[in-house]
Every structure is written in structure tokens, then in C-alpha cells.
Write a protein that binds this ligand. Structure first.
Ligand code: ACM
Ligand code: ZN
Length: 539
């Protein structure tokens, strides 16, 4: 069939129809200019996967008469951009011209070429999705496109359930198809520590297996990512213009870490010298009181070794250090934490304990800063509430991930931090149910397709300077109930399509009915890729 560029997902910023169409029945040659090899290679990989084998063979055999797409980088190229989009987002702008002879994909930066390649892949998938309806072709067009936000993320929790590297690569491919550019990899939690770091084998050996007692059956869910796995996944992401942000939870959500290092708990300090305390990775879900002891310098010595290994594996600029849901019950009782508090001049009240967490996060942040990395944390890292409080403050350049709602993001932006918005309140939590119906899969809340599509990443009430600190949004896949790869896909799609659009489009969001009509076309692309999206029509 002839693919229609009006059906792209997310919708593009500017589209003009051209004359004729690009016939794909003899294939499409990809010709990169200088600096364009990586997106050209990605396009060749995608075309080989998506075009029928006969077309690929015909292209290889003939060469002659095959339409050609030229990729080019043009310094200083000016393209339209959504109002208020920051300079950083303009790096992803591109122009895609398609017509009977092939066409061109040009951008000012290579990032833009990856986004344009994703658009072309969607059009190719549509062209081949209804083989009975004529030759595979794309209606001639000029697309000029650019995102509103520079951070368009997807988080996968690989602690509660383990996912094979090949499935993570599949998700990265699907993220790239929707023009997302960040993969946030949740690697550690109470239930498991999944990162097998050179020199620290005990972390994954003891922490990388959790009991699963569902259905009255006890079985160990084991799995961790080796340095080689991480290297492959980071390279796979980079080949799609996606940055990987690893997350190591501190000071809470660490029971699996304590299973290999019980001496770092407050319980060990409270038990006294020579007494033994033990932990196993949690097989329950929830929030647990055993967190890292703030009074024990060995905690920071171990984290420093963890970051040494981790920073060697993840080349991106950010490392997520958690910070969420850290109950203070142990810190309140622990003699070592009391000593630390007193040394810092903090009281034993709630404010003092929250400030102790700010100090803790600040110290973790400085370990990263020493390695040239920026810290990122859940919005609890702001709870101490004292900007400029010297050693009790998180680093000024820390990024805040606003998950409890919009308030953390607004507070972070007011205090000068960069902010990523992923509120669980009816928008970005893809573990929530997709419909408020008995029997619908999901946990903890309801987030419909329309909720996700309606998401506005900028919290209300911010001035222009503060608004500029909102870097974008993120979809979060918590995996307590994601028992298999196909369940991940069911929960992610089609809401991820809606969120990708919410992170890309200009503020004036358009029309939900038009989105639904485009989604119908897009579903044929997902079908072609075998994605197990939720098929029910209503919320
Ligand atoms: C979170 O959902 N606890 C960040
Ligand atoms: Zn302690």
C-alpha cells in the first residue's frame, strides 16, 4: 500500500505533500554523507528487517534503478522548532524529503538523523503492512520536525523481574521507533541486584536472585547483567541515538544489596561488634525499613567502588542514585547514624533525619562528580528543603525526577535543578491499569490511554526561566507484575505511543480523536513487529 506521512506517531511538526510516490518494490539504497554512517547503518538494518526478502534481494542484485536516500549533515541548518524548545532539543531536528527517485534526510546534528530514520521506518512498515493492496510505496512528502523536549525517556525495572538482554534490545528498538532518546535502566532494588560488576562479584551472586512465591510455588528468579551484556546494550542504544542512564538505588530499596553486605545496615550497628545480621533479597513488595547506614563510612567506600565499575560501563553523563521511599525508622534508632547527625549539627526530629538524607545524597553525588558524572534522583532528594545548605544540600546540578506528582518537579525547577517529569498521577506509570475495570491487568492505580496522551510535562505556575528547566518526560515500567516479556509489551503499548507524542509535540496538543485515528494505522506497524499491545478499544 502507499504509506501516508500524516499517520506518523508521534505526529510530525510540519508536513507538506509532494508529487508522486516513492516505490519501494525494488528496495531503497542508503547513501551516507560524511559523519552519517551510524544512522545509515541503522536504516540498512531496519530496511533489511522490514522489507520483504524478495525486495532486499532485488536491491542487492540490481543496484540499477533502485531509488536512493542520501543522508547529510549540514552545519547551521535552520529548521522549524516548537515554541519554547531549548537549543538541546534542536539537535534532534531533521528534514526528510521523499519522492519518486528516493530523497534525502538532512540534519544539523547526527541526533536528528536518528529521529528522521525512525520516521522513515514507520513509513516503510506501513508500506509493507497490507501486501494485497498494491506495491509498497510512500506518498511523496517533505517533513520538517523537531521535539519540544530534549529528554524523552523510558524506564524499565529489571530488579523485580529479570529481562533478557535480547528483550531489552527489542524495547530499545521500539523506543527508537517512537523517537524516544533515553533508556533509564533500574538495576537494583529490594528484590534484586542485577549488575554483575567486575571486582564485586558478591553483589550479583547473592543479590541477583529473588524468591517468587506466586501461585504457592517457590522458585528462584535469577539473573544479572554482565559487563559484556551492558556493553552490548549500551552500544545497541547508542546505535539508535539513545542514551542509557543506569540506576543504583540509595539509601533505601537496598535489601538485595544488604544480602551481600549486611555490615552496611543500621541493624549491624545496633547489634554491636561481633553480632551477625543477615538479609536475603525480598520476595515481598513494598517499602522496607532496612536502608544503608548513614553513619558508616564503609557505605560510601562500597558505593565508590560500585560507581568506579559502573562509570566504566556506562558512558552517558548521568547516573541515577534513587533516593525515593527511604523510611527513617532505622536512622532514628541507630547509634552510628546518631553520631553522624550530631557531627553535622542535626536534631533527632523529622527535619534532622530528612537533612541527613540530603547530606547522604550530597555525598553520593560528590562520588559521581569526582568521576565527571551528574547525579539524578527521585523527587524525595528535595525533601530536606534547604537550598544552599552547604554540606546538607544535594549538588546544584543534580537532576530531579518528579514521580510523586507535579510538586517535586515544580520545587526542583524553582530551586534551579533540571527536572524530568514522570508523575504517577495519571500519566507516566505504565504499571497502572489501562482501564478502571475488574480483571484489567495492572497495579496501584489507573492510567488510561487518554490520560497518557493528555500529559503536559510542565507543572502549572512556573515562570519562563523555571519552565526552561523542565527537560522532558519519561514513561516508567515498574515490573512487580510484569511476569513476562509479552506482559511488558501489553502494559507499555499503546500508552507509550501516547506519551512519546506528549514528549515530542508542541504545547498545543491537537485532537485526541485524530490521535486515535493515527493510532489505528500505527497498530498495523506494531502488528508487523509482533508487539503485544492492548487491543481493547475502550478505556
Ligand atoms: C518510585 O516509584 N518509587 C520512584
Ligand atoms: Zn545507621
Amino acid at each position: 500500500m502507499t504509506a501516508d506521512p500524516r499517520d506518523l506517531m508521534p505526529a510530525v511538526l510540519s508536513l507538506k505533500a509532494g508529487l508522486g510516490r516513492l516505490d519501494l518494490s525494488r528496495g531503497l539504497g542508503i547513501v551516507p554523507g560524511p559523519g552519517c554512517e551510524a544512522p545509515a547503518e541503522l536504516l540498512r538494518t531496519w530496511l533489511a528487517a522490514d522489507l520483504p526478502a524478495t525486495v532486499v534481494q532485488a536491491q542487492l542484485a540490481s543496484g540499477e534503478g533502485v531509488p536512493v536516500l542520501r543522508l547529510g549533515l549540514e552545519a547551521g541548518l535552520v529548521l522549524p522548532s516548537p515554541p519554547g524548545a531549548p537549543e538541546e532539543a534542536r539537535r534532534e531536528a531533521y528534514r526528510l524529503d521523499l519522492g519518486p527517485g528516493g530523497g534525502s534526510l538532512v540534519a544539523g546534528w547526527v541526533e536528528g538523523l536518528f529521529r528522521g530514520a525512525a520516521c522513515l521506518r514507520q513509513l516503510v512498515l506501513s508500506a509493507v503492512s497490507a501486501p494485497g493492496e498494491g506495491l509498497p510505496a510512500i506518498a511523496a512528502c517533505r517533513i520538517e520536525d523537531s521535539p519540544r523536549f530534549p529528554w524523552r525517556g523510558l524506564m524499565l525495572d529489571t530488579a523485580r523481574n529479570f529481562f533478557e538482554p535480547a528483550f531489552i534490545e527489542r524495547l530499545l528498538d521500539l523506543a527508537a521507533l517512537h523517537r524516544l532518546n533515553v533508556f533509564h535502566w533500574h538495576l537494583t532494588d529490594d528484590q534484586a541486584w542485577r549488575l554483575d560488576l567486575p571486582g564485586l562479584p558478591e553483589l550479583a551472586r547473592l543479590g541477583g536472585r529473588r524468591l517468587d512465591r506466586r501461585y504457592n510455588v517457590e522458585r528462584w528468579k535469577t539473573g544479572s547483567y554482565s559487563a559484556a551484556d551492558v556493553g552490548r546494550i549500551v552500544a545497541y542504544a547508542a546505535a539508535r541515538g539513545i542514551t542509557v542512564v543506569p540506576e543504583v538505588e540509595t539509601p533505601g530499596h537496598v535489601v538485595a544489596l544488604l544480602s551481600s553486605h549486611p555490615e552496611l545496615s543500621c541493624a549491624a550497628a545496633m547489634a554491636g561488634p561481633g553480632a551477625s545480621v543477615q538479609f536475603s533479597p525480598e520476595d515481598r513488595y513494598g517499602i522496607f525499613e532496612d536502608i544503608l547506614c548513614a553513619g558508616n563510612d564503609e557505605v560510601f567506600a562500597l558505593l565508590d567502588k560500585v560507581f568506579e565499575g559502573l562509570c566504566a560501563l556506562f558512558p552517558g553523563p548521568w547516573v541515577h542514585v534513587g533516593g525515593d521511599e527511604a523510611p527513617k525508622a532505622r536512622w532514628r534508632e541507630c547509634p552510628r547514624c546518631a553520631k553522624r547527625r550530631e557531627a553535622l549539627g542535626l536534631g533527632p526530629d523529622e527535619a534532622g533525619l530528612e537533612s541527613l538524607q540530603a547530606w547522604f545524597m550530597g555525598r553520593v553525588g560528590s562520588l559521581l562528580a569526582a568521576r565527571g558524572k551528574r547525579m539524578l534522583g527521585w523527587d524525595e532528594i528535595l525533601d530536606a528543603g534547604v537550598p544552599g545548605a552547604g554540606s546538607m544540600a544535594i549538588p546544584a546540578d543534580a537532576l530531579v525526577m518528579s514521580w510523586r506528582g507535579y510538586e517535586g518537579g515544580a520545587a526542583g525547577a524553582r530551586r534551579g535543578h533540571g527536572v524530568v517529569m514522570c508523575p504517577q498521577t495519571k500519566a507516566c506509570y505504565l504499571d497502572h491499569k489501562q482501564a478502571d475495570r475488574p480483571g484489567e491487568a495492572g497495579q496501584l492505580g489507573v492510567c488510561t490511554l487518554r490520560d497518557s496522551w493528555s500529559f503536559e510535562p510542565v507543572p502549572p505556575g512556573l515562570g519562563p526561566e523555571e519552565e526552561a528547566r523542565i527537560l522532558g518526560g519519561q514513561a516508567n515500567l515498574w515490573s512487580e507484575q510484569l511476569y513476562s516479556e509479552s506482559v511488558v509489551e501489553y502494559m507499555a503499548f499503546p500508552r507509550l505511543c501516547a506519551l512519546a507524542e506528549a514528549f515530542w509535540r508542541p504545547r498545543a496538543r491537537g485532537d485526541y480523536q485524530a490521535f486515535l485515528a493515527r493510532l489505528e494505522v500505527h497498530k498495523a506497524r506494531l502488528d508487523r513487529l509482533g508487539v503485544n499491545y492492548r487491543k481493547a478499544l475502550s478505556d
